[in-house]
Every structure is written in structure tokens, then in C-alpha cells.
Ligand binder design. Structure first.
Ligand SMILES: [Zn+2]
Length: 545
């Protein structure tokens, strides 16, 4: 694109992005803009709009300026968008493709300073990585969904499936631009009471859970019919109660400690994390307030105090904190010496069930012993090339078997296709002999064709998955050996903090009873044999002792 000869003046927008962490390598946003503007001038482009994401990582495509750009593309204010390099759009190829496809669909040309944008399929292959289609499709679907919502919010909609506790949602109806919140007097009374207990009475959330239970006040939806501290904590921080509702303040993540690990999940990312306030998509959407701002501020202070008090009590070091679980599915939490001199990981069922009686009778696990056993095992595994290799082999086989079982044996599918093709031929022959009309022929053959297509794509998918395994899952023997050597050197005499960091990264969970510790985890192996650094996570089947 650098040697294009301009025929007419082109109206363009420019997009720039730098992440805060990487300004040394990427340069500042100014240097990027100088290059872009220079390029625009040389090609006789007129810049009519600038979109800048300063301090945003390219790992996600959820960024304020990029979002605006994508929405504006449909308005046709400009003909083209000029960007320094594709990696400014997103670090991952599949995301770059996603955004570029979308912009092209909107009739916008995408121009890069550093490289020509891919125009045909061959270009794309030269330009990027193959085999990311499934991932790309998934991203595309959730992105469309998100952008649609974003548009609604910017028009003043409140997006709710269920209204916030304390409110009723009045649905959109004729003569009304969008739905709105109305105070639910019964629930609002309870909200006020809870805020008062914390802000003025200084009660802890756990005490409040008990009080609400004793008063017979149940939350709106709950299997157990009792409030829990996390719901209360979220409520007490929600500015909607002082009249400022928000949207886009959290994002979905895969839960770190899911309770139901073996059950099949519809939604992988079923947990939510809160973003920093300045990144919220929409804040201060006006709703009727239930709490005054002064009480809200008091509550915030009290929650901070409670938190500080609770941190002060956590002075013991627990290597497996947050990762260790009970066989009942609950987490186990470190508990300091109370009746004896030992530290224990105890099942949190007792605390979580309160004020109802506990349901799990499992006993505590000695924390010092569990920490040492698990650390020795992990360090031993990471420093032994033979053990590592055995784990990788097992992992690869397990995944291969999974592919076969998930799509069925491709041989069976191929046989089925042959049968269907024969069927199609028979219909065509019959038509040729004048047995029925062309419309009837279509009616007979269309479902057959569809079935063939579906089977073919199943086979393609299976093959693609198999290829991916071959590409990503096979570190060479040398790599395994050097990883083990590095580990052996690095893993001796570590501080608690470093050990803890390794545990957090390597261990997915430890399921503990008094008799047995079952460790599930991943060994991250850095590999550079594909020309760039990529970290692979290798799952290890449970280790038992
Ligand atoms: Zn338990």
C-alpha cells in the first residue's frame, strides 16, 4: 500500500493504540501518530476523525475508541481507516481479522502504514496464521452481541434481565423510548436497613446475614433462602442505590474456583470481575435513589475498615490458599491455631452454610504437611525431564482420544457420505428418466446435500483439531530437557512469595481429604520453536498419593 498513487482526495479516519506497559517497544502514541499523519499526507488523504486508545492492551478488543470507531464505520463519515500496523487493532490475528472483516462489511477500506492489508485468501494465509476459525467465529458472535448492547446503552437504555434488588423494571411500551426502574417499596425498606446496619451500626456482613435470617427476611432468589456475604457486598457497593446505575462495569471470566468442576458447563465464563471505574462503558445512568450519598460514603469507609481488620487476622502463610478444596466441592480456607498448635485447611462449608447447620463433615487437613507434600511433588515433576515427558505424552493421548470421541470416527462419517452421494445419484437418474419434475428433484436432493455438507464439515473439524494438537502439543525432547534443567536450578531455596506465585500458576486445584491429596494442574512450558514466544499450558492428569 505504501506505493499507491492517489487518484482523488480520500476522507479517512485514523486509529492509534499504545499499551501502558509496552511504551518502550511500541513508542508513544505521538510517535505512532506522526508516522500515520505523514503517510496520510503523502497519499493525499484528508483526516476527518481520530480514534485513540492510549494505554490499552491489545489482548482484548474491548476498548473505548475502537468501539466508537466500529460504530461510526456504519455511519459512513469517512471512506477509509488508516492504522499504523495491524497489531494496533489487536495482538491476536483472529481478532484483527474480526475487526477488519466487520469494517469491510461496513464499506470501509482498511489501510496500514507498515503493510498491505490482505485482499484475497492467499494474502491472508501469507499474512497470518491459519486454523483459528472456530475461535474467530466464537469471538465474532459474542462481539456482535456486545456491540448491539453498547448501542442501546448509549441511547439511554437500561439493560436488565432481572432488576436490581430494591427496584421493579417497567418494560418498554408504546409511547416510551425505553424501559425504566421504579422503586419497589418492600425491598427498598430492606436495602435501607442493610445500609444503615453497616454505615451507622458498623456491623459485619456475616452478622447481617444472621440478622436477616433471624428476621425471616429472604433474598429474592436463593435456593437456601438466606442471604450471603458476597451478594451483600455487591449491593453495598452499587451506586445505583444513590441514583447512578451503570453498565459494562464487569466482564465475564472463567471462574477460578468453580464449585461444579465435572458438570458440563453451558457458559465457560460464568464468573464476573469488576473493571476499574474509568473503564466502565456507561455510568451514572439515572435511576431513582434509595440511599443518600452520605450514608453510601459511610458504608464504603466501614467496608474498608472491616477488610483491614480481616487482613490483619490472616498472618499465617498458606501455600495452597485459594487452590485447595474439599471433596464436597467447597474451598478449604487456612485457619490459624485455635484449639491446638497446628494450622489447618478447613472446609468452608461450615462458614458458608451459616446460619444454617453445616452439611459437610470432612475434617481439617494439616496445612504445613499439605504444603510440603504438594510443593515437593510439583518441584520434582518440573525438574525431571522423564516425568515431564510422560505427562506430556499422556496429555496428548488424552486429547487425541477426546477429539475422536467428540466428533465420532471419521471413517464412519466418510462411509455415510458415500451412501448419501449414491442416493443423490439415484435421484438424478430417476429425474433423467422423467420420473419427476425439477422441483421435486430439488426437494429430494436438498436435504441429502445438506447432510453431506454437515458431515464434511464434521470431518474437517476433526482434522483441524488433530492438526492443532500436532502443532501445539508436542514440545521436542530438547525443550523438555532444558525446561527441566532450568527448573531444577530455579526451584531450590525459594521464598514463600515465589513458591506461592509458582503454585498459583501451576496448580488448578488440590482436592484434599485427610487420607489423600489430589493435584490437578498445568505446567507452562515456554517454547520458541515457532519463531515467536508462545506459552503452552499442558494439563496433567491428577497426581495421586
Ligand atoms: Zn467439605
Amino acid at each position: 500500500m505504501t506505493n499507491i498513487i492517489p487518484r482523488e482526495i480520500k476522507l479517512i479516519a485514523i486509529y492509534g493504540r499504545v499499551s501502558t506497559s509496552n511504551q518502550e517497544n511500541e513508542g508513544t502514541i505521538e510517535t505512532q501518530l506522526v508516522a500515520v499523519k505523514d503517510f496520510a499526507k503523502k497519499n493525499n488523504y484528508t483526516i476527518v476523525q481520530e480514534y485513540l486508545d492510549n494505554g490499552w492492551s491489545g489482548d482484548s478488543i474491548v476498548r473505548p475508541a475502537l468501539d466508537r470507531l466500529r460504530m461510526d464505520a456504519k455511519k459512513k463519515i469517512w471512506d477509509a481507516i488508516l492504522i499504523y500496523d495491524p497489531d494496533r487493532l489487536a495482538r491476536r490475528y483472529s481478532y484483527q481479522e474480526l475487526v477488519m472483516d466487520e469494517l469491510r462489511e461496513a464499506g470501509t477500506e482498511v489501510i496500514f502504514v507498515t503493510t498491505a492489508a490482505p485482499k484475497n485468501e492467499e494474502d491472508k494465509i501469507l499474512y497470518g496464521v491459519k486454523g483459528l476459525f472456530a475461535q474467530y467465529e466464537r469471538a465474532k458472535i459474542s462481539e456482535r452481541f456486545r456491540l448491539g448492547k453498547l448501542r442501546k446503552v448509549s441511547e439511554g437504555h437500561l439493560l436488565v434481565s432481572t432488576p436490581l434488588y430494591g427496584y421493579n423494571y417497567i418494560k418498554k411500551r408504546e409511547g416510551l423510548l425505553h424501559g425504566y426502574y421504579e422503586i419497589n417499596p418492600e425491598e427498598a425498606k430492606i436495602v435501607k436497613m442493610i445500609f444503615g446496619w453497616v454505615g451507622e451500626g458498623g456491623l459485619t456482613l456475616r452478622t447481617i446475614v444472621r440478622k436477616l435470617y433471624e428476621l425471616g427476611l429472604k433474598p429474592r432468589v436463593s435456593k437456601r433462602g438466606v442471604w450471603n456475604t458476597s451478594t451483600l457486598s455487591t449491593m453495598l457497593r452499587n451506586k445505583a442505590y444513590i441514583g447512578e446505575a451503570r453498565w459494562g462495569s464487569s466482564y465475564a471470566v472463567v471462574p477460578e474456583n468453580p464449585i461444579n468442576t465435572d458438570r458440563y458447563r453451558k457458559m465457560k465464563k460464568s464468573s464476573r470481575k469488576i473493571k476499574p471505574e474509568e473503564d466502565w462503558v456507561a455510568s451514572k445512568i439515572p435511576v431513582p435513589s434509595i440511599i443518600d450519598a452520605k450514608l453510601f460514603a459511610q458504608v464504603r469507609e466501614q467496608l474498608k475498615t472491616n477488610f483491614a481488620l480481616c487482613q490483619r487476622n490472616k498472618k499465617n502463610e498458606y501455600l495452597l490458599a485459594g487452590k485447595i478444596r474439599c471433596i464436597c466441592g467447597r474451598t478449604r480456607a487456612g485457619e490459624g491455631p485455635q484449639h491446638g498448635k497446628h494450622l489447618y485447611y478447613r472446609c468452608t462449608d461450615r462458614v458458608l452454610s451459616a446460619p444454617l447447620p453445616r452439611t459437610c463433615q470432612e475434617r481439617g487437613v494439616n496445612a504445613r504437611i499439605a504444603d510440603k507434600l504438594v510443593w515437593d511433588k510439583i518441584a520434582g515433576l518440573m525438574s525431571s525431564p522423564d516425568l515431564l515427558q510422560a505427562q506430556f505424552d499422556r496429555w496428548t493421548n488424552a486429547r487425541r482420544n477426546k477429539v475422536v470421541s467428540s466428533v465420532g470416527d471419521t471413517k464412519v462419517l466418510e462411509k455415510e457420505i458415500t451412501k448419501l452421494k449414491d442416493e443423490g445419484t439415484r435421484y438424478n437418474k430417476a429425474y433423467g428418466a422423467g420420473a419427476f419434475t425439477i422441483e421435486q428433484l430439488k426437494e429430494y436432493t436438498t436435504p441429502v446435500k445438506e447432510q453431506i455438507n454437515s458431515l464434511e464439515s464434521q470431518i474437517a473439524k476433526a482434522k483441524q483439531q488433530e492438526n492443532q494438537i500436532n502443532i501445539t502439543a508436542m514440545p521436542s525432547n530438547d525443550e523438555v530437557r532444558s525446561f527441566a534443567e532450568e527448573s531444577a536450578k530455579a526451584l531450590t531455596d525459594l521464598s514463600f512469595g515465589l513458591k506461592r506465585a509458582i503454585m498459583i500458576n501451576v496448580i488448578e486445584k488440590v482436592v484434599a481429604t485427610q487420607q489423600r491429596l489430589e493435584v490437578n494442574g498445568y505446567i507452562p512450558l515456554i517454547s520458541n520453536y515457532v519463531g515467536h514466544q508462545t506459552s503452552y499450558r499442558h494439563r496433567r492428569p491428577p497426581e495421586r498419593r
